[in-house]
Design a protein around this ligand. Structure first.
Ligand code: AGP
Length: 609
């Protein structure tokens, strides 16, 4: 997903706010940037194929100013990253400018029709079609032109639009890509992300799909695309800007790994009932009956959230004995899934904007399921379109590689499994034991974080390898998948996660001195079996990094490097075993001089198919 910032003001110095807003959403990943302002009946634009620093240089050399403007960071979907393809995109008259997140799925047909009417296109983008479409429908009212034009658009969009002849009108609209209004005295904003606004205002209003906003220096009005008036409360954002800054860490990712001793507790704060040995999840209150009688649950997610879903499956089946299926959202949405009446769909997403996950949720909804979200970003689309849900309260996760959001998802899933289990066969005593173990996790995570320097030293010894194998069993098989994904996505090193017992069915052929094997081996019921897997690796010359909760004896003999962590209840071990894997991936990526927070080819939130 890219970044959108628009501003309409009584003053004429909005460009610094537009650029600062883009900087706040840099983490979402982009490859070009641009800004357009309205002044004296004309548009002035500055655009670059590159980072915001290059845009700031351009603006210093060729400044522009105005009281109305829009800005954008683009993640290329149609047309290579270039100045001409950067947003804002203009119409033929050069009086209409638009910035756009999402994809216009019917842009080719629209472009053909518009070209047949004489419109001349300059870029390869789907977005430029919108500018010419607004021009086609413009009869002196840009809001009306946008409304009419969008009726012809298929696909996902979050847009901001200005017209040079309407210097006090900023138009925003959304369908499938987030847009939020920022309200301030003498200035009003639209943005794709609260983070872009928070330095200027904490008062925001979220748009829903097929809604649009018309903002002026004095205020704003919201309607549906059918022009029905909408009134919606202004919400107050509680984040502090320093939650978004790095707080002295070299990378957001390291900061977020080190926040986990706090965020795992934030995820269940006020939700664990010690005496009753139970959990209360307020966002699911109206669905308790459906949850307690559910015959099946389906978990939908992508990437790291999908790994959390796999662990959630083990937890819920273990503690509540409810059958759970975990589906890649991108597969589920297209495979004509079977949904029975009363099925519960759990939708896990950090951003709450992942296109595949949102579409899969809507498909499950359409077939009659109850959709409950486990989401981090407050006010995100999945959060607002689900039937209910639980926020993970991990705070803004800036690093593209998900870390604290993952452990917070596991905490919420653990609380959910406890709540469901206590409504079935889990006793008060067992519940109290689980709550007690969950309360120990912050201290235990701190113990692991204190070994960061030794994990960094281990990482440095392995950073030159090009392939890794990650092995785990039971609850820690998905942790092996997650550890491999972390390494892949930030260090560009090939890594595979496997159930340890599967090694003999193929991957063992890969083992030699060039293939380090990371083994997740806490002292659980699989410990002895995983020791024999380590023997198999050792006897083929493989090197082993072992994550263990007790390191004496056998492990020291078999593993080249041992990372010791505290032990906990088996269904909570992933919350501990994943932390060394996050640090291992981080330090290998740093050693390989990779862009840890904004890895190549990746975006923080994948809002396109
Ligand atoms: C995780 O480190 C990746 N950045 C990616 O796999 C991510 O988990 C996936 O895109 C899902 O994102 P979501 O949780 O915001 O839906």
């Amino acid at each position: 997903m890219c970044g959108i910032v628009g501003c309409v003001a009584k003053d004429t110095d909005i460009v610094p706010a537009l650029v600062e807003g883009l900087r706040r959403v840099e983490y979402r990943g982009y490859d070009s940037a641009g800004v357009t302002v309205v002044a004296d009946g004309a548009l002035s634009s500055r655009k670059v194929a590159g980072k915001i620093a290059a845009l700031q240089d351009r603006l210093e050399k060729h400044p522009i100013q105005g009281a109305l403007g829009i800005a954008h960071t683009r993640w290329a979907t149609h047309g290579e990253p270039s100045e001409v393809n950067a947003h804002p995109q203009l119409d033929c008259t050069g009086k209409i400018a638009v910035v756009h997140n999402g994809i216009v799925e019917n842009y080719r047909a629209l472009r053909k029709t518009l070209e047949s009417k004489g419109h001349v296109f300059k870029s390869e983008t789907d977005t430029e079609v919108l500018a010419h479409l607004f021009e086609e429908h413009y009869e002196g009212d840009i809001a009306e032109a946008v409304r009419k034009a969008l009726a012809r658009v298929q696909g996902a969009y979050g847009i901001a639009v200005v017209h040079a002849d309407e210097p006090e009108v900023l138009v925003g609209a959304r369908n499938g890509s987030p847009l939020v209004v920022g309200v301030d005295a003498g200035r009003n904003y639209v943005a794709s992300d609260v983070a872009a606004l928070i330095r200027h205002t904490r008062d925001v209003v979220y748009l829903d799909d097929l809604e649009m906003v018309v903002a002026t220096p004095e205020g704003f009005s919201m309607t549906t695309l059918e022009n029905e008036m909408i009134t919606r409360d202004v919400e107050r954002v509680t984040w502090n800007i320093d939650m978004i800054e790095k707080n002295g860490y070299p990378h957001f990712m390291l900061k977020e790994i080190f926040e986990q001793d706090r965020t795992v507790m934030d995820a269940v704060r006020g939700r664990l009932i010690e005496l009753a040995g139970d959990a209360i999840l307020g966002g699911l209150r109206e669905h308790r009956r459906a949850l307690n009688t559910a015959r099946r649950m389906i978990i939908l997610a992508c990437g790291t959230s999908w790994h959390a879903g796999l662990i959630g499956e083990y937890m819920i089946e273990d503690l509540a004995r409810i059958p759970v299926e975990v589906e890649y959202a991108s597969e589920f949405r297209y495979r004509n899934p079977v949904i029975e009446p009363g099925d519960i769909v759990l939708v896990i997403s950090q951003s709450g904007e992942t296109s595949d996950t949102l579409a899969a949720m809507n498909e499950a909804h359409r077939r009659g399921a109850i959709a409950l979200g486990i989401v981090n970003v407050v006010g995100s689309t999945i959060a607002r379109q689900s039937d209910g849900g639980v926020y993970t309260h991990a705070g803004p996760e800036i690093g593209v590689a998900s870390t604290k959001a993952f452990t917070s998802q596991l905490m919420v899933l653990s609380a959910l499994a406890l709540m469901l289990g206590r409504a079935r066969d889990i006793s008060v005593a067992e519940g109290r034991h689980i709550v007690g173990a969950m309360r120990e996790l912050p201290r235990q995570i701190r113990e692991i974080l204190d070994t960061n320097d030794s994990i960094r030293d281990i990482a440095r010894r392995y950073a030159h390898h090009s392939n890794f194998l990650y092995l785990g069993r039971g609850y820690n098989f998905p942790v092996a998948l997650e550890g491999a994904l972390k390494l892949k996505e930030i260090s560009y090193v090939h890594a595979e996660g496997y159930p340890a017992a599967e090694m003999k069915h193929g991957p063992i052929a890969l083992i030699d001195e060039n293939m380090p094997v990371v083994v997740v081996a806490p002292k659980d019921e699989f410990y002895k079996k995983i020791l024999s897997n380590m023997e198999e690796v050792k006897s083929r010359g493989g090197s082993i990094i072992a994550i263990v909760s007790e390191s004496e004896g056998e492990v020291e003999r078999l593993a080249d490097d041992v990372i010791e962590i505290p032990n906990t209840m088996r269904h909570l071990t992933p919350i501990l075993t994943v932390v060394p894997l996050q640090l291992l991936a981080y330090h290998i990526a740093v050693e390989r001089k990779c862009d840890v927070d904004q890895p190549r080819n990746l975006a923080k939130s994948v809002t396109v198919e």
